[in-house]
Design a protein around this ligand. Structure first.
Ligand code: CA2
Length: 165
């Protein structure tokens, strides 16, 4: 039998033992207080609360982490290995367009991730059109505001549900 790769637990793993890590990049701590015309009025705490409620209802653990520093995000991804994180949801913020170290860490730990952007990066300045995270992502959600995080979580929860006999 093939061993499941990291992040893809065997069909027999109980849903309740699984953990989703939500990573937020630089400046996203200001969400809801600045530039609401681009990023909306919802705060990071609101987003995490809504995600936590949804995950809890299905017995899935959710961990959230925001940092303004590239190395700290790399460290957090590396720590996820020891914590048996099953999936990652990440909005890398401006690091989407500049970082090699963070996507390298995601590749190294082999934990599947979904990339989320509040705004439609393709409808903005050309330097935002390319993300170093997209090619390695399970999926990308962009332009749907705070709802994007919940949609990403829903896709993950769907994949965690035990297969029907
Ligand atoms: O649309 C997104 O989610 C972005 O990842 C947000 C980044 C931006 O650099 C990316 O191109 C697209 C910026 C995050 C800044 O967040 C703020 C939130 C509130 C007020 C000011 C900045």
């Amino acid at each position: 039998m093939m061993k499941p790769t990291r992040g893809q637990k065997s069909k027999n793993s109980p849903v309740g033992s699984q953990c989703v890590l939500v990573l937020q990049g630089p400046n996203l701590n200001m969400l809801g207080s600045r530039e609401p015309e681009i990023y909306g009025h919802t705060t990071l705490a609101d987003i995490h609360r809504a995600m936590e409620n949804r995950a809890k209802a299905l017995g899935v653990r959710l961990e959230s982490y925001q940092s303004n520093h590239e190395g700290e995000l790399v460290d957090r991804i590396q720590s996820a290995l020891a914590e048996d994180v099953t999936f990652i949801i990440i909005n890398p913020g401006a690091y989407s367009h500049t970082s090699i170290a963070i996507p390298d860490a995601l590749k190294a730990v082999r934990i599947p991730y979904i990339e989320v952007h509040l705004s439609n990066i393709h409808a903005r300045e050309s330097f935002r059109h390319h993300s170093h995270f997209s090619a390695g992502a399970m999926g990308v959600v962009c332009g749907l505001g705070a709802q994007g995080y919940l949609l990403a979580l829903e896709a993950i929860l769907d994949r965690l549900r035990p297969a029907r006999p």
